[in-house]
Design a protein around this ligand. Structure first.
Ligand code: BES
Ligand code: MN
Ligand code: ZN
Length: 490
């Protein structure tokens, strides 16, 4: 785990294995003259010869200083319009490079920075250092790289920056937890493990926790969630975390996460190709847990309830079948057309169960539809809502977090597609507008609160290596949840 500190040392004199300096497009020597001197004018020459132009994600790495840093890494930020976003991206790249070099420790310098910018840099450093190596055997000593354990942000403004450092660490740790849980294989990241993780967070930070298993859910008549869970011998878990930082009587923000620890499709089984990615079908739940880790550290003045529906979707002799009709917690009947449309079956019982918490607003996050990936690709989360003002607030939180969302419609016209011959509603409207009909299905079970649904199927994980994020989980929408909750804090 990376620990980040602040120090007012002179970057040209600090004894570090790797000093990273982030520079905008067409850089000047302003602020780095001392480093230029220490490199006997190498920086001036590199900039003059245009070996380094400062374009976004460009990097150049120098050695050979007489004293001070052993290596200098310049990172380009391109034309900077949003300093926080640019610093976060560059810091992520910097820590990723430090991991690759195996230096173990690094320093960051980017001139005068505000506490908010310190927060963004800290988040970026933690994100870049993130890796999941728990299940790999250790290499022999000689081939082993030192994991990045320490990063120091150099700034003269140390007192004010400490605030940004603390909140950046809280957010970075929340996102790292979400990514870690997502990356864990389904045989380790079980509903039981998610419940255990929630219990650990609750104990560490003094939060409330409730966990319902199959028996308790039967008593609650959660026929829809249980229909999904009836195909697996593992005990399904409905997990509730309660953070009470706001007024005692203040209505909570309720965050709901889909927690399918593995989605095989059930009897409507998925093709084998890429099925391994369905361990990521709990990224919504992971983001809820990550947000509570952050809340525990940040102590925001707001009440938040987190609710997770955790199980696996398996074919078996006890599994639900296409054509089955089940009864949801709300009382509505559902015809199961496709057992692979299981996320919505789990979510609707959560959406009616949470009414007992008297929600101020509800945001759910789910890797819900392949159709959302077709609609928006991997660059935007699909955002649906029954409330105009709330959707704007969530989109703005996503923007601040660097996790863009894009609104999709929920017009009544589309409801035709989920009408059932035998029940109140059916769980699949087929391929047209698949992300929309999934959201409309959820809306049938939303009663009495403003609600936003985030379809993160395309954004919660990446099937390819990206510049800042390796193949695997992105942490989305943990940042969006945190920024939203922060915006609601007193
Ligand atoms: N977990 C999947 C959605 C998914 C697909 C997430 C690809 C990430 C990447 C979900 O449970 C699912 O299988 N949805 C079906 C719904 C259909 C049967 C109506 C889908 O999208 O194909
Ligand atoms: Mn499915
Ligand atoms: Zn699923």
């Amino acid at each position: 785990m990376l620990s980040v500190a602040i120090n007012s040392a002179n970057p040209a004199e600090i004894g570090t294995a790797l000093l990273v300096v982030a520079l905008p497009e067409n850089p000047t020597l302003a602020g780095i003259a001392a480093l230029d001197n220490a490199s006997q004018g190498a920086l001036t020459r590199m900039i003059e010869m245009k070996d380094f132009r400062g374009s976004r994600d460009e990097s150049l790495h120098l050695t050979g200083f007489a004293k001070g840093p052993r290596r200098l890494l310049l990172i380009g930020m391109g034309l900077v319009t949003d300093r926080r976003a640019a610093f976060k991206r560059a810091a992520t790249l910097a820590a990723r490079t430090a991991q690759r070099l195996g230096v173990g420790e690094m320093a960051w310098y980017s001139g005068q920075i505000t506490p908010e910018e310190t927060e963004s840099i800290t988040i970026g450093l933690i994100a870049g250092a993130w890796e999941y190596a728990d299940l790999k055997s250790q290499l022999p000593e000689a081939e082993r790289k030192k994991p990045l354990e320490q990063a120091t942000i150099l700034t003269s403004n140390t007192d004010d920056s400490r605030r940004g450092l603390a909140s950046g660490k809280a957010i970075g740790d929340g996102q790292s937890l979400a990514r870690r849980l997502a990356m864990m294989p389904g045989n380790l990241c079980t509903p039981e493990l998610l419940a255990q993780t929630a219990a650990d967070i609750a104990r560490l930070y003094g939060m409330g926790i409730t966990v319902l298993g199959r028996r308790e859910m039967e008593a609650e008549k959660m026929g829809s969630f249980l229909a999904v869970a009836q195909g697996t011998p593992q005990d399904p878990k409905l997990i509730v975390l309660e953070y009470k930082g706001g007024k005692p009587a203040g209505k909570p923000v309720v965050l709901v996460g889909k927690g399918l620890c593995f989605d095989s499709g059930g009897i409507s089984i998925k093709p084998a190709q890429s099925m391994e990615y369905m361990k990521f079908d709990m990224c919504g739940a992971a983001a809820v847990l990550g947000t509570f880790e952050t809340l525990g550290q940040m102590k925001l003045d707001v009440n938040v309830v987190g609710v997770i529906g955790a199980t696996t979707n398996m074919p078996s002799g006890t599994a639900m079948n296409p054509g089955d009709v089940i009864r949801s917690h709300l009382g509505k009947s559902i015809e199961v057309i496709n057992t692979d449309a299981e996320g919505r079956l789990v979510l609707v019982d959560l959406l009616s169960y949470i009414r007992r918490y008297d929600p101020e607003v509800v945001i759910d996050a789910a890797t819900l539809t392949g159709a959302c990936v077709i609609a928006l690709g991997h660059s935007a989360t699909g955002v649906f809502s029954n409330d105009e003002a709330l959707i704007a607030e969530v989109l703005s939180a996503g923007k601040r977090a660097g996790e863009p969302g894009w609104p999709l419609p929920m017009w009544d016209e589309y409801k035709e597609l989920i009408k059932s011959d035998v029940a109140d509603v059916k769980n699949s409207g087929g391929r047209p507008a698949g992300a929309v009909t999934a959201a409309l299905f959820l809306r049938e079970f939303v009663q009495g609160y403003p609600w936003v649904h985030l379809d993160i199927a395309g954004t919660a994980y990446s099937e390819t290596d990206l510049v800042t994020i390796p193949k695997g989980p992105t942490g989305v929408p943990t940042g969006t949840f945190i920024e939203f909750v922060r915006g609601r804090a007193r």
